[in-house]
Structures are given as structure tokens and as C-alpha cells.
Design a binder for this molecule. Sequence first.
Ligand SMILES: *Cc1c(COP(=O)(O)O)cnc(C)c1O
Length: 224
Amino acid sequence: MTGNLAQNYRKLRTALDACAAQSGHPVALLAVSKTHPAARVAECAALGQKAFGENYVQEALGKIAELAPLGLEWHLIGPLQSNKCQAAAEHFDWVQSVDRAKIIPLLAKHRPAHQPPLNVLVQVNVDGEASKSGCAPAQAADLAARVAAEPRLALRGLMAIPDPATSGNGLAFAQMQRLFRELRGTYPTMDTLSMGMSDDFPAAIAHGANLVRVGSALFGRRGP
Ligand SMILES: *Cc1c(COP(=O)(O)O)cnc(C)c1O
């Protein structure tokens, strides 16, 4: 289902507003545009959407360049290899997938001086087996400390991708909410808990997510 983007966007906004009202906190939308061409992103931007998420640095660079006049905000949400840190630091506004110590000084070193600090989320692998990326929950505090120590990085919070097949029960989201609250006590710049996708955003928001990453419910199902 490709669907009608404007219709999908209105429906999603209404659903997010309802979840936000019920949970009592505002919720921002990251439109996940991976595999979709720049023209679709532009179409979505014309509806009022500002923040877009991409999984692959290489795929994103072309869209970021092409759409630069629109002044959009770009988030890297896919696994980040060391050799892509420079491009990520130069072209993205946020990196949500920081999950190991090695890439932190690389991102800091390559963040251009004329740009504001790169916004960073520490990605946590909250349900172990389901996803290969993300740090163990017990490592999140150490990674947060390393990010916070870099002046060219801004520690903004945590990101998680629990398996949507089981995330509906809320256990993984609740664990993330506890971890987020605990770390925010130490790092007050942490204001973002990124979790929830097309199939599980209501449960994520109920457990404190204030940034949801939605792809298929907006742009339609991606190809095989
Ligand atoms: C693809 C992707 C999404 C969006 O998933 P949908 O189910 O299409 O909404 C969100 N977060 C990450 C990290 C993704 O890779």
C-alpha cells in the first residue's frame, strides 16, 4: 500500500495527538524516509514535516544535498560504521545510533566548527536477541558519559528498537523509560526518548517516548 501521503500524514498526526494527550507529554514525529526518493520527502515536507530519518549514510547524502534548500532536519537512525562517521558528522543534525565507544570521538572530531554540536542519542539494545545494534542497557551510562564529555556533541537522550512483535506488552518500553529517567538525573541535557514505530508507537508513547520514528504508516510499505 503506497497510500495517499497527505491522508496518511493527517491520520498519523491525529493518532499522535491522541496519544500525546493521553500520556500528558508532547510527542515529536520523525518521518523515516529510507528507500523513498527525495521527491517523496519533499512532498512530506510540504505537508509541514521537518524531521526525517535515514538508515544509510550513503543513501541519505544525495537526498540531504538535493533538499538542502528546504532546511530540513536529518537524523541517522541506522547502524554507523567508523568509516562513515565523518560524513555523518558533517551532514546529519542528529545521530540516534551511537552504540559503542569507538565512534564517539570520531563523530566529535569530524563535526564542523561552524555547525552547532551534533545531537546524539545512545542506542540501547533493550531486548537482547531481537536486534544486533545498540549497547547493552548496563553500558548506556558509560556511553552517555563519553558523549557528554565531548563539546562538539550534545547528549540528547536514548533510542531503542524493541522487536515490534513483542513490544506491545510494554516491557521493553518500560525498561527504557526507567533507564532514561535514571540517566537524565545525571545529564539534564537528555530530553529525548526515541522509541516507537508504525506498529507500536502508542505503547512507546505510553511509556514516555517523545520522539517516534514512523516509516511505513506514512510513506507506505517499503519494497522487499
Ligand atoms: C525503518 C525504521 C523505522 C520505521 O519503521 P516503520 O515500521 O516503517 O515505521 C524506525 N526506526 C528505525 C531504526 C528503522 O530502521
